[in-house]
Ligand binder design. Sequence first.
Ligand SMILES: Cc1cc2nc3c(=O)[nH]c(=O)nc-3n(C[C@H](O)[C@H](O)[C@H](O)COP(=O)(O)O)c2cc1C
Length: 224
Amino acid sequence: MKLLHVDASAKRATSNSRALARQFIALLQQGLPDLEVDYLDLTVDVPSHVTEEFARAIYTPKDLRTVEMHDLLADSDRMATQLLAADLVVFAMPMYNWSMPSVFKAYIDNIIRAGLTYISDEQGIIHGQLDKQRILFLSTRGADLGPESRYAGMDALTPALQAAFKFIGARHMHFVNAEPLEFAQPQAREAGLAKAKLELAELAQTWLRTIADTDFAPSLEHAI
Ligand SMILES: Cc1cc2nc3c(=O)[nH]c(=O)nc-3n(C[C@H](O)[C@H](O)[C@H](O)COP(=O)(O)O)c2cc1C
C-alpha cells in the first residue's frame, strides 16, 4: 500500500498543515506498518508554471512529440505517474488569499495530463484515472469561514480542488479544514485545531477499516 504525501506550506517548523498531515500519517502507520510513503514538498520541488512550449507539448500526441517536448514534460510525467501509483494521498496546504498556494496550482497544472491522469476516448468522453485513490485535502486557514462568520462564502479553495480532481476521476475525496488558526481568539484557535485533529483521527480510522475490509475479501477467497 502506497501513500503520497504532498506539502505546500511556505512555513516549515511552525506550519500547522505540515504538522497535522504528519500526525494523520502517523495514525495510518499504526494500522499499516508496511505503508510505503512517497513525499513531495512543493516548496522545494517547485512545479513549473505553464509556458507556451508546455501547452503545445501536452496537447501533442505522445508519439509525435519532439525530444525537446519529452524533456520539457519529464517533471510533469513524473508527478502524474507518482500520483497514479498511490493508493492513498494526503495533500496538505494552507489557504492563501481564499484559495490554494500558487505552488499547488502549478502542481495541478502539471498533473492534469491527457494520456496519463485522464484519457479521452474516440467520442471525446473524458475518463479520469484517479478513481482508486483515497484523497485527503487538509487545509489550514487563519480565519473562520463558517456559515455565520464574516468570511462565509469566501472559500474558493474547496470548489477549485473538487473541480480539478473530479475531472481526473477522483471519487474518494475527503476535506478537513482546520480553522480559525490565526485571526481569532486563542480559545477559538485551540477549538479549531482540536476539531481538525478529531476529524483526522476519525478519517484515519475510516481509511484503516476500509482497507482492512478490502484486504479481508481476497484473503477469504484464498482460504476457500
Ligand atoms: C500569503 C498568505 C495568505 C493568507 N490568506 C488567507 C486567507 O485568504 N484566508 C485565511 O483564512 N487565512 C489566510 N492566511 C492564513 C493561513 O491560511 C493560516 O495561517 C494557515 O494556518 C497557515 O497554514 P500553515 O501553518 O500550514 O502555513 C494566509 C496566510 C498567508 C501567509
